[in-house]
Design a protein around this ligand. Structure first.
Ligand code: 8IG
Length: 280
């Protein structure tokens, strides 16, 4: 899409749900799978999960589906895939995440989640790389998201849409994950706007108000998922100690490297969790 044409989701006249339905119809046509049962957004460090959960039926460059774009960052995927699980369920893998910090508006951030719901998914698995506020969470530690604090000052909900978020990160799905790995830590994810990492004072604040993880995604997507009636499972990979928690400065290169190092282990963990997730 050229720079001069506004993206449909940035045009206030577009109905974001109708647009998600269009994207879902394109996915059904391109994959030959009329209905996907479960959807996964794979963030930093989680990419290898896609190849471990089943047989890849189709891979589509994200920009060929309505409303999706090429990833802003190399190393952030860029494909939408359809995977057939051993039990016959179909998983939709979203390897292209639009971040709030890209500045394209919250409708584009949550388009993947709305598309997953329109494609038939009942369960949405949201994964990310995050900074750890707890010092015992060394890089490579996977953490189940138990709740979030949305520090973006935004919401994907429009108008008087009073969605209940009491059990946003499904207790039922977290229980299934902990049956697979009883040692799995749980924590509260703070979504900051980014793209800068936090100051040490902001990380201290996040800890004081109840946060355990700092990141730049997931919370807005989880809210949209709940609005769409999806059951949400959230997982963070701690790729770095949040600013001021460890020693030294944060670098994107180190974050990417920690993700790469942990990838086989957490990919295998998530694959076992996916195999155990059943619809409610
Ligand atoms: I990976 O320390 C990753 N993403 N906000 N802070 C924020 N986002 C992150 C961090 C972090 N690490």
């Amino acid at each position: 899409m050229s720079e001069s044409t506004p993206h449909p989701l940035e045009d206030p006249a577009t109905d974001p749900f109708a647009f998600a339905a269009l994207a879902a119809a394109q996915i059904a046509e391109r994959t030959g799978v009329p209905r996907h049962d479960i959807a996964l957004t794979l963030g930093s460090g989680w990419g290898s999960t896609a190849g471990l959960i089943g047989e890849t039926i189709a891979e589509i460059p994200a920009e060929e589906i309505a409303g999706f774009s090429r990833p802003a960052l190399p190393g952030h995927g860029g494909k939408i895939s359809s995977v057939r699980l051993p039990d016959g369920r179909h998983a939709l893998i979203i390897g292209a995440r639009t971040h709030f910090y890209e500045g394209h508006g919250v409708r584009r951030v949550v388009h993947s989640v709305r598309t997953a719901a329109a494609a038939g998914a009942r369960i949405m698995v949201l994964t990310n790389g995050a900074g750890g506020i707890r010092p015992e969470w060394t890089p490579g530690t996977p953490v189940l998201i138990s709740d979030h604090i949305n520090l973006t000052a935004s919401s994907p909900l429009e108008g008087a849409t009073f969605v209940d978020l009491t059990d946003l990160y499904s207790r039922r799905l977290r229980g299934i994950a902990r049956q697979i790995d009883p040692g799995l830590a749980e924590g509260v994810y703070c979504q900051f706007r980014g793209p800068n990492y936090e100051t040490p004072a902001e990380v201290r604040m996040a800890g004081i108000i109840g946060g355990d993880l700092c990141g730049m995604s997931t919370a807005l997507e989880a809210i949209a998922a709940r609005e769409a009636g999806l059951e949400v499972l959230g997982l963070s990979l701690v790729t770095n100690a949040a600013a001021g928690i460890g020693s030294g400065a944060l670098s994107h290169a180190e974050v990417v490297e920690a993700g790469r190092a942990a990838e086989p282990v957490i990919g295998a963990l998530l694959a076992r969790i996916i195999a155990a997730l059943d619809p409610a």
